[in-house]
Write a protein that binds this ligand. Structure first.
Ligand code: NDP
Length: 258
């Protein structure tokens, strides 16, 4: 049985109730994990209040700001974590960003700044957060990130985010190889398209969802909770032999050739 009792799980990337990270946090909580939640702070503290209200029923023992573009803040966040928790068992990396202009039209027009921003927030942040979390994973651990088929195959409008996801998936393999001897596993979930704040920035997301509903073996898209279940499994001892993998939670869409 899937049991995460006694495990400390740090979840990044909750923006609202549609966030995949929220689905993951719910399933980790249900499996008995003790949650720590990080949010992206804004000047007026609006996101903080919104996310705090949303996650309140999940009774997180930590609720901290963490902008992955800010090294000082990452250091501060993990210093705070180490004051409250004696270890981290699970790190959920569930965030991404690219400028809206770079998620429509032609990839060839991607700007230098747009490329750097997308890769820094969506790919490098996994390595940076793993760097900070690994020393606290004293009893082994599980790191799970979120990717998309657009990192492997060309998907219209996904553009620079596809490049970021390709880098992210390769980062998973390098991190898994290096952290394996410490019994820290690193895996990615490649989720099918789901309507969220981030995905609404990708041009034609609704068409992508309708296409999956027609073509995927299960004839539907997936839900945040289904992704959450897989994240909980990958975070549990049931997945103790799995590392460096990309697991598709996409109603089977990825296997189809035509
Ligand atoms: P959300 O918009 O709900 O989540 C994205 C999160 O990233 C938000 O919480 C956002 O914060 C956060 N974020 C952006 N920039 C930063 C930053 N600098 N520091 C810290 N956090 C930041 O969308 P999803 O749930 O869809 O996205 C979660 C992950 O799932 C992403 O990696 C995405 O690529 C992936 N994914 C999504 C799919 C989909 O169809 N939705 C399919 C496959 C993968 P804020 O909103 O406050 O700015």
């Amino acid at each position: 049985m899937l049991d995460l009792t006694g495990k400390n799980a740090l979840v990044t990337g909750i923006a609202n109730n549609r966030s995949i990270a929220y689905g993951i946090a719910q399933q980790l909580h249900q499996a008995g994990a003790n949650l720590g939640i990080t949010y992206l702070p804004d000047e007026k503290g609006r996101f903080e209040r919104k996310v705090a209200e949303l996650v309140d029923p999940l009774k997180p023992s930590l609720f901290l700001p963490c902008d992955v573009q800010d090294d000082a803040q990452i250091t501060e966040t993990f210093t705070e974590i180490s004051k409250t928790w004696d270890k981290i068992d699970i790190l959920i990396h569930c965030l991404a960003f690219a400028n809206r202009d770079d998620l429509t039209g032609e990839f060839i027009n991607t700007s230098r700044e747009g490329f750097k921003t997308a890769l820094e927030i969506s790919s490098y942040s996994l390595t940076r957060l793993s760097q900070a979390a690994a020393p606290l994973m004293t009893q082994g651990g599980s790191i799970v990130t979120l990717t998309y088929l657009g990192g492997v195959k060309v998907i219209p409008n996904y553009n620079v985010m596809g490049i970021a996801k390709a880098a992210l998936e390769m980062s998973v393999r390098y991190l898994a190889a290096e952290l394996g001897p410490k019994n820290i596993r690193v895996n990615a979930i490649s989720a099918g398209p789901i309507r969220t704040l981030a995905s609404s920035a990708v041009g034609g997301i609704l068409d992508m969802i309708h296409h999956v509903e027609k073509i995927a073996p299960l004839r539907r898209t997936v839900t945040q909770l289904e992704v959450g279940n897989t994240a909980a499994f990958l975070s549990s001892d049931l997945a103790s032999g799995i590392t460096g993998q990309v697991i598709y939670v996409d109603s089977g869409y990825e296997i189809m050739g035509m």
